[in-house]
Design a protein around this ligand. Structure first.
Ligand SMILES: [Zn+2]
Length: 127
């Protein structure tokens, strides 16, 4: 049986547990709903907007964090892998985001946008 994933953005009608962090997605908030078959088992997950953005950024800077690795952010932050990513210019952004993630995004303001802007700048400079 082949693995597959379907992912779509939804607006929460009720409270969900975020798949990545120890926090909730409240009714009315946007979240990424993913479902599919993996290793022969069905799964479904709901991930909040900040965690989804953070996960995308980590996927870009860390080659061993494969794209779409769901549920791996806690371990990535816990093991302080931002120290090891080769892309040093992103190091400070990743440290900040890791700390905010650890506080369940409390106090989040423009950090995700700043990190994304920096990433786009770095990607553009590489081309
Ligand atoms: Zn989350």
């Amino acid at each position: 049986m082949s693995d597959f994933t379907h992912a779509e953005w939804r607006t929460a009608r009720k409270r969900h547990q975020c798949y990545e962090g120890a926090h909730h997605i409240e009714a009315g908030q946007r979240y990424l709903h993913a479902s599919g078959i993996f290793d022969g088992g069905f799964y479904a997950s709901s991930t909040c907007l900040p965690c989804t953005s953070f996960r995308d950024l980590v996927g870009e800077v860390d080659d061993s964090y494969w794209e779409g690795y769901f549920g791996g952010l806690r371990l990535w932050v816990w093991h302080e892998y931002w120290n090891e990513v080769s892309d040093r210019p992103m190091g400070l952004h990743l440290l900040r985001l890791s700390r905010l993630f650890g506080r369940n995004w409390e106090g989040l303001s423009g950090e995700l946008d700043a990190a994304r802007a920096r990433m786009h700048g770095l990607n553009a400079a590489r081309k």
